[in-house]
Design a protein. Structure first.
Length: 116
């Protein structure tokens, strides 16, 4: 992202080079910023959850994004809460959109269930 662009905020959909879990590679894809804005500023990091096509096989914890237009996504998609990455904010290619409050609340609950 250009230094003049606003910093990504929690629940923004961003495009990032997302790392694969099983190999030393990454793929540019949408992701959801799930870390709190204060954490992002303090540590200079973002925690992001993978966003993938709704056509892929479903995983436990996947959350459907119902308003793909507002989220800046071209096709039906899901937030894959089981796949979280930590990235430097400078690796964000762009902010694509934002999820709505109802989906954000569902993501928050799902992430809390994962860490309990």
């Amino acid at each position: 992202m250009a230094s003049s662009d606003p910093a990504p905020r929690r629940f923004d959909v961003v495009v990032v080079p997302f790392p694969y879990a099983d190999q030393l590679a990454e793929k540019r894809r949408p992701a959801l910023v799930v870390s709190a804005d204060a954490f992002n500023r303090k540590h200079g990091l973002l925690w992001v959850a993978m966003i993938t096509s709704a056509a892929n096989p479903r995983w436990d914890g996947d959350i459907a994004i119902t308003s793909t237009g507002k989220a800046g996504l071209p096709a039906p998609s899901v937030i894959r809460t089981a796949k979280i990455a930590t990235i430097d904010p400078n690796r964000v290619v762009r902010v694509a959109g934002r999820i709505d409050g109802k989906i954000a609340a569902t993501v928050r609950r799902q992430l809390l269930d994962i860490v309990r």
